[in-house]
Design a protein around this ligand. Sequence first.
Ligand code: PEP
Ligand code: MN
Length: 294
Amino acid sequence: MAELHKHTYQLASRAHQQEDTLIAVGDQLIGGDHFTLIAGPCAVEHEKQMHQIASMLHLHGVRFLRGGAYKPRTSPYRFQGMGLDGLKLMRDVANTYQMYVVTELMDFSLLDEVYAHADIIQVGARNMKNYHLLKQLGGIDKPVLLKRGMDATIEEWLLAAEYILLGGNEKVILCERGIRTFDTSVRNTFDIAAIPLVKSLSHLPVIADPSQGTGNRNLVTATSLAAVAAGANGLMIEVHNDPEMALSDGPQSLYPEQFNAMMGQLRAQVKLSGKIIPDRQKLRNASQEKLTIS
Ligand code: PEP
Ligand code: MN
């Protein structure tokens, strides 16, 4: 019992639960030996964009489609997201390619909308300390992907997870997305050490987001491979059919060719790490069957 009180967080700690938490989303498992790849554009922009990106991801066996319909933008003059139309579009496209939807909930007033269209609800870095929102998410039955705040210590991040767990929602996925440091040569400083550290402290799955983590598409492959080597349970990657025209985070979005090239290296690295990644060929065959039947 004394062990339980060693940390300020309890339910999130390895002392509370030694085995890795496994989270089921449809036919997929997140955590433990399972490697989860979440990819897609920063923001949902239009139908053609979503179809082009999702069809490419589908060919690689990617099962989780990301995209923001409500975007937390630094400038109020920049694209704020498609809103409900974006959620509907994303759901339709994801269904077409047998994918699950990961999208951000910015405000509790939007919960019903987001809940109805998402399979995993993302809490952004800017909201990691929105304790009211975290408490509300403790009361739902869908997985929450909790980004690390850009100024959050590991302990603050795990305490944020604790808020959700304490409400009764055990499906929390942590996401390292870089922190603000003195160095302006990168958008954020991607904290690789946080991955093995948090995995030793907590039983929750830890995925990494090298896209927000670096802000530079040319750094994404290297940092993705490093995150896998560090023990990440998955990755969240921004990729766009036409990054030059992207309405949000273009400079950190991979070109389709870059994504294709990265996938080969990633599969090899995931195998080395001893984790399981959905088989591209098997999935393509299975889904092609489904697509022709329907
Ligand atoms: C995003 O995933 O596009 C995003 C806004 O992430 P973060 O909250 O980590 O900045
Ligand atoms: Mn983004």
